[in-house]
Design a protein around this ligand. Structure first.
Ligand SMILES: Nc1nc2c(ncn2[C@@H]2O[C@H](COP(=O)(O)OP(=O)(O)OP(=O)(O)O)[C@@H](O)[C@H]2O)c(=O)[nH]1
Length: 344
């Protein structure tokens, strides 16, 4: 009798702290024809996912897992998603992907994810863990790793570590970060994110000795707050909204990202990308990636008020609730945009 078991599908885990550059790297790698047969699962922090909207090239094969972190509440969802993908592939409902990449949320402890993949009897038969690639941003890594054990674990668990943002990093940043990585994980292959290719993600890594003890607790006081809104911002109010968010919350704000509807050009979303105090020059996409023309934003940080985005956005979009103290503050604020219904 012949063994009819299908070949296991190589699976890569792409990890790295909030804003390290995972999606940027993934976007570039997915343009490579060598990865035309790859499916992608993206775990997004925040109830309203935006990361999958920022992945440009594999519309059919991207599955977004929003609303929590794969290493905590979503572990069951990861199992279901990986099983669903297999079922859809086996039934011919989706193209027969031959590899799978999982981009973890920036807060994920990779250990429970690796455990799920290696200990689940069916998944372990159908998928084969190829490699773990961690992206590290040397401009923030030393503080990030000191403050967030997840960030250090992501490096410690990796087969390969890719240094991103070398255009922004000083030689000292690179030296300090490289030293840290070497101490945490001397066996990892170190590379520059700009040189990473399909094999950096999928080339089989040598077997590793894993410390499979998950971190004891979740992510401390770090939380994701999300917003979805029909209301557009004028370009000027967008700038003020971001400036205020940055100046009032910068030390606690680890990440802000999403798509914003701009009143002057509502058919094209503006991409917002901020990591700590560094905000990328906003750029317009040609169209709304999923046809849903609402502003969607996620802010991740320590001790952020749950209604932070909603309150601030509403204020700049001119939808201040009549009973909020912000109304008086805005009315008194000579810089607040006028016209277009603000406070009217
Ligand atoms: N200057 C510069 N910016 C970069 C580089 N790589 C990423 N960025 C920027 O850093 C920001 C975060 O990049 P992402 O790729 O979204 O990071 P991420 O790790 O996917 O972020 P999360 O999903 O929120 O954890 C974006 O504004 C990117 O454009 C780089 O090599 N150089």
């Amino acid at each position: 009798m012949t063994d009819r078991r299908p070949e296991p599908i190589p699976l890569a885990v792409l990890t790295g702290f909030l804003g390290a550059g995972k999606t940027t790297l993934l976007n570039r790698l997915l343009r490579d024809p060598a990865l035309a047969d790859a499916a992608v699962v993206i775990n997004e922090a925040g109830e309203i996912g935006v990361d999958h909207l920022l992945v440009e090239h594999v519309a059919d094969g991207v599955v977004a897992l929003a609303g929590g972190c794969l290493c905590c509440s979503l572990r069951g969802d990861l199992i279901n998603t990986l099983e669903d993908l297999l079922r859809a592939r086996d039934n011919g409902r989706i193209p027969p992907f031959r590899r799978l990449a999982i981009e973890t949320s920036g807060l994920a402890d990779p250990v429970p994810i690796l455990q799920t993949l290696t200990l689940h009897p069916y998944l372990a038969m159908r998928y084969r863990l190829a490699a773990v690639l961690a992206v590290v941003d040397p401009t923030t890594a030393p503080e990030t790793m000191a403050a967030h054990p997840e960030a250090a674990r992501q490096v410690a668990m990796a087969d390969r570590v890719a240094l991103s943002k070398l255009d922004l990093a000083s030689p000292e940043d690179v030296e300090r970060t490289t030293g840290l990585i070497r101490r945490l994980n001397p066996a990892a292959e170190l590379l520059e994110a700009q040189d990473a290719d399909a094999s950096s993600l999928f080339a089989e890594a040598s077997p590793r000795a894993l410390d499979l003890t998950p971190l004891a607790e979740g992510h401390g006081a770090i939380r994701a707050v999300s917003l979805a809104s029909e209301a557009p911002l004028t370009r000027a109010s967008y700038d003020m909204f971001v400036d205020l968010l940055r100046s009032a919350h910068a030390p606690k704000l680890l990440r802000l990202k999403g798509l914003v509807k701009i009143a002057e050009d509502p058919r094209r979303p503006l991409v917002v990308q901020g990591v700590r105090h560094v905000f990328a020059e906003p750029r317009f996409l040609d169209s709304w990636p999923d046809g849903d023309a609402r502003t969607r934003l996620v802010a991740i940080g320590e001790g952020l008020p749950a209604d932070l985005l909603a309150t601030l956005y509403a204020a700049f979009a001119g939808r201040v609730a009549p009973d909020r103290p912000d109304r008086a503050a805005l009315l008194d604020n000579p810089l607040a945009p006028r016209g277009g219904g603000l406070l009217s």
